[in-house]
Design a protein around this ligand. Structure first.
Ligand code: FPP
Length: 280
């Protein structure tokens, strides 16, 4: 089913208004927190909380794709999550398996490229196989890149990158003098993706929880009190509007940023005039 066709007219208008404003993040990362609390507060089981969390995943993936976000990275299971009770880990792995089986066709039909980051060898064989299949099927898609962080942690990825660089130094492929930020990034699992410019975390917790530690150096953070299962597209729109109104300084002064913005606005204006003259 095409996601563009099933969209309601009202939702389309909201998205068009947001797109018109410009300045959308290129890469949104999400810490999906609060499935358990959402369920317990409603007298439900934690499993039901995770199930409802998947409904949020579906809606946020669709809305991100429709609005033209290029990269969406979801923290679905951290390395630390292996310490949860074995029954809950089992439930999460089953839900993941089910999600991959059920969604692959629809994601592919909607031009989504599905990939994962993390220590995939720790995942159940069946999940590894489904991830590989999803990766292969969607690798040439050009729409949203949806990355599932599974058995992932930021420190794990950094240490892994250091080990690989050290091996390449030993093999003579890299000399220590060549090691800089760009080279280091190219050894991370997120290589090839822009750094996240926006991170959303649900359920009010104000921490990174070992997610994309290197990559989030300059990413903007948005924390909402809503639990993940209740976070849907309208909440995403609020977050995007909040992002668009922020000033990203990257260490510069406000005045510098304002003057660059001015130039950019003039550039866009100029581009429009030039295009009009060209009759585009
Ligand atoms: C946090 O809630 C959520 C998780 C540890 C897992 C997130 C998983 C899903 C949304 C479902 C599977 C995902 C995909 C992509 C199919 P919590 O259990 O930590 O909640 P709590 O902090 O309230 O206990």
């Amino acid at each position: 089913m095409s996601w563009v066709k099933e969209q309601s007219p009202e939702d389309k208008i909201i998205q068009e208004e947001i797109i018109k404003e410009g300045n959308l993040p290129r890469h949104i990362a999400v810490i999906m927190d609060g499935n358990g609390r959402w369920a317990i507060e409603r007298g439900l089981t934690r499993t039901e909380g995770h199930q409802e969390g998947i409904e949020s995943v579906r809606d946020i993936v669709k809305a991100s794709s429709q609005i033209g976000i290029k990269y969406l990275t979801l923290y679905a299971f951290s390395i630390e999550n292996w310490k949860r009770p074995i029954t809950e880990v089992g439930v999460l792995m089953k839900l993941l398996e089910h999600y991959l089986r059920q969604e692959l066709n629809e994601l592919h039909e909607n031009n989504v490229k599905l990939q994962s980051i993390g220590k995939s060898s720790s995942l159940p064989k069946v999940v590894q196989k489904l991830l590989h299949e999803a990766n292969e099927t969607t690798k040439d898609n050009t729409g949203l890149t949806l990355t599932l962080a599974l058995s992932y942690s930021g420190r794990w990825d950094i240490v892994r990158a250091v080990q690989m660089i050290a091996l390449d130094v030993r093999r003579g492929k890299v000399s220590p003098e060549d090691i800089n930020e760009d080279l280091f990034s190219s050894y991370l699992q997120t290589t090839g993706m822009p750094y996240p410019d926006f991170l959303i975390r649900t359920s009010g917790e104000m921490r990174l929880s070992n997610f994309l530690l290197w990559e989030m150096a300059y990413g903007e953070m948005y924390i909402t009190d809503k639990y993940w299962p209740e976070f849907r597209r309208n909440d995403l729109y609020d977050a995007l509007i909040n992002f668009m109104n922020r000033e990203r300084r990257f260490g510069k002064t406000s005045a510098q940023v304002a003057s660059e913005k001015d130039t950019k606005q003039k550039d866009t204006y100029l581009q429009r005039v030039v295009n009009a003259i060209k009759g585009k």
